[in-house]
Design a binder for this molecule. Structure first.
Ligand code: ZN
Length: 157
């Protein structure tokens, strides 16, 4: 078995909604990124790539490559899952913590878990998505952006 950890952060900007865990979350601003800015799926991709020893999302999907402009991050996640499967690795579970002062995420959590479980090919109860704030401290507390930590366990199949 292998453990992977991923972290990502994006700054708010432009118009909403924000894409988080494959779900469009209502907010007055979006997240600035070359892709759709889905900070949750990017952290998850990095965790999976890290567990497999395959580098990181920037190395696998370079920003400079116009093919990734505004791309749906679920496409990236499915490519990462395929890359692991090619190496006979499957996901056991994923645990994700989204750190955001805004927007409120509680009503979107189960939809995110369902999207992620479908892309990982696991049951929904093997995907944890938790949301927390920083109690208004720091850049997240000032609502400048969103960060996410993801941890995964993968196993040889
Ligand atoms: Zn990102």
């Amino acid at each position: 078995m292998r453990i992977g950890h991923g972290f990502d952060a994006h700054r708010f900007g432009g118009d909403g909604p924000v894409m988080l865990g494959g779900v469009a979350v209502r907010h007055e601003q979006g997240l600035i990124a070359r892709s759709d800015g889905d900070v949750v799926l990017h952290a998850l991709c990095d965790a999976l790539l890290g567990a497999a020893g395959l580098g990181d999302i920037g190395r696998n999907f370079p920003d400079a490559d116009s093919a990734y402009e505004n791309i749906d991050s679920r496409v990236l996640l499915r490519r990462v899952v395929d890359a692991l499967r090619d190496r006979k690795l499957i996901t056991v579970n994923a645990d994700i913590t989204v750190i955001a002062q805004a927007p409120r995420l509680s009503e979107y959590i189960d939809a995110m878990r369902a999207c992620i479980a479908a892309d990982l090919g696991v049951e929904i109860d093997y995907v944890g998505v938790k949301a927390t704030t920083t109690e208004e401290m720091g850049w997240i507390g000032r609502k400048e952006g969103i960060a996410t930590h993801a941890v995964v366990l993968v196993d040889a199949c």
